[in-house]
Write a protein that binds this ligand. Structure first.
Ligand code: CA
Length: 392
C-alpha cells in the first residue's frame, strides 16, 4: 500500500454559552482532523489537540510530504521519520499535536486495511468497556455558582457516573467552597477529583491539597505549571492524595523527566497531543516501569475519543492482583457537537461505562455531511456563519 493523500479539516462551532477554567474562557469548540488515503482507497482518521489552524498547517506543509508515497502500515518508521525531521523545531507543542494526528490516522488506516481494531494491533484487549469519569463543572457565569455546580454534579450522579472531576484554580477560598458544595451534593460514595490547570504555586497547592484531602478528593490534577518539575515533586511529596499531570507534556522524553523527578502519581498523556498511539505505547511502558498509573487525558471530537478508547483497551492494569486497579477514562461533558454528532454511532456512556468498539481501525464512521457543515477552513461555512464571525 501507498499513501496517496493527506487532508486536513479545521472544524469550529460557536457555543451557546461560554465556559471557563483557570486559564481562559471557551466560546467555541474546534477540532483539527486528518484524513489519510491509501492507493486502494482505504482511509484513516486522526485528530490533533489544541488550536486547529497551526497543526493543520504543520501537517500540510511539513508532515504530509514526509509520509506521502510511504506504506501506511509502517507506523513506527514513519513516526521516527516525522519526529527526526522536526526535532530541531519541534519536540513538543503544536508540532507534536500535528504529528499525533498523522500517527492516529496511520493506525486507523492500518486497522482498516487489516480488518482489525487498533486495540488488537496494539497487542490485544484487556477490557471491552471502561469506567468513565465525568469531566465538567467548569466555570460559568451564575449568580450562585456553588449551587449551579451542585446541580450539575447531581446530574452526573443521576446519569450513573461514579466519578466526577471539577475545575479549581479560581482562588483557594472559592475552590474550597465549590468542592464542598459538590461533595455535599453527591455524597460520600462518588469519587471526586479536582483540576487546577496549573493555576497555583507549590506552597498554595500544598495548603489547598491538604484541605482537599479532608474532602476525600481522589486526585489533584495539574496543581502547578508543567515546566517546574521541582514544584510538582514538592507537592506530590507533601500530599497524601495523588497528584496527576502530563496533559501538557510531550513524548517519552518529556514523560521520562516527569517520572524520574517523582513529580506525579498519575500520568495523563493525551493521545492527540503527545505523539499518538506509537508514542503513547512507549509512555505507558515507562509509566508501568516507574509504578505510576496511566489515565489518559481526553478532550476532543469523536475521533480523539474513539482513538483513546482503543488505546485504553490495550492498556495493562496498573497493579498485579486478582482485582487490579483498572483505568478510569476521562469523558468531557461540556458541549461539543464534534464529540456527539461527528460519527454515525456516537460513543455514549451507559451507567457511567463506555463500550470499546472492536471494529476495524478506530471503529467509527465519520459523517462527512457534518464535516462539511462545520468546516472552518473553507471561505464560508455552510452553517451560514462566515469564518470571521464564527472564529473565536
Ligand atoms: Ca486537565
Amino acid at each position: 500500500m501507498k499513501i496517496t493523500a493527506v487532508d486536513t479539516f479545521v472544524l469550529r462551532h460557536a457555543l451557546d454559552e461560554p465556559f471557563g477554567f483557570s486559564q481562559w474562557w471557551y466560546d467555541a469548540r474546534t477540532a483539527m482532523l486528518v484524513r489519510i488515503t491509501a492507493d486502494d482507497g482505504t482511509t484513516g482518521w486522526g485528530e490533533a489537540y489544541g488550536p486547529p489552524e497551526p497543526s493543520a498547517a504543520i501537517v500540510a506543509h511539513v508532515l504530509a510530504p514526509l509520509v506521502l508515497g510511504a506504506d501506511p502500515c509502517d507506523t513506527l518508521p514513519l513516526w521516527e521519520r516525522m519526529y527526526a525531521r522536526t526535532r530541531d523545531n519541534g519536540r513538543g507543542g503544536m508540532v507534536l499535536h500535528a504529528l499525533s494526528a498523522v500517527d492516529i490516522a496511520l493506525w486507523d488506516l492500518k486497522g482498516q486495511a487489516l480488518g482489525v481494531s487498533v486495540s488488537r494491533l496494539l497487542g490485544g484487549r484487556f477490557r471491552e468497556r471502561v469506567q468513565a469519569y465525568a469531566t465538567g463543572l467548569y466555570f460559568r457565569p451564575r449568580d450562585d455558582f456553588a449551587a449551579a455546580l451542585a446541580d450539575e454534579a447531581r446530574g452526573y450522579a443521576a446519569e450513573g457516573f461514579r466519578a466526577i472531576k471539577l475545575k479549581v484554580g479560581l482562588t483557594p477560598e472559592a475552590d474550597l467552597r465549590h468542592v464542598r458544595a459538590v461533595r455535599e451534593a453527591v455524597g460520600p460514595d462518588i469519587a471526586l477529583m479536582v483540576d487546577a490547570n496549573h493555576a497555583y504555586d507549590a506552597a498554595t497547592a500544598i495548603r489547598l491539597g491538604r484541605a482537599f484531602e479532608g474532602l476525600d478528593v481522589r486526585w489533584f490534577e495539574e496543581p502547578v505549571i508543567p515546566e517546574d518539575l521541582e514544584a510538582y515533586a514538592e507537592v506530590a511529596h507533601a500530599l497524601d492524595l495523588p497528584v496527576a499531570g502530563g496533559e501538557a507534556e510531550f513524548t517519552r522524553f518529556g514523560f521520562r523527566r516527569l517520572l524520574a523527578a517523582r513529580a506525579v502519581d498519575i500520568v495523563q498523556p493525551d493521545l492527540t497531543a503527545t505523539g499518538g498511539f506509537t508514542e503513547c505505547q512507549r509512555i505507558a511502558v515507562l509509566a508501568g516501569a516507574w509504578g505510576v498509573r496511566y489515565l489518559p487525558h481526553v478532550w476532543g471530537s469523536a475521533v480523539g475519543l474513539a482513538a483513546s478508547l482503543q488505546f485504553v483497551a490495550a492498556l495493562p492494569p496498573a497493579t498485579a492482583a486478582l482485582r487490579p486497579l483498572e483505568p478510569l477514562f476521562e469523558l468531557d461533558r461540556t458541549p461539543n457537537r464534534f464529540r456527539d454528532e461527528l460519527v454515525a454511532e456516537p460513543l455514549r456512556p451507559v451507567d457511567g461505562w463506555l463500550a470499546i468498539p472492536d471494529r476495524p481501525g478506530l471503529g467509527i464512521a465519520i459523517d462527512e455531511a457534518m464535516l462539511a457543515r462545520y468546516r472552518a477552513d473553507a471561505s464560508v461555512a455552510s452553517n451560514g456563519r462566515s469564518r470571521a464571525r464564527s472564529a473565536r
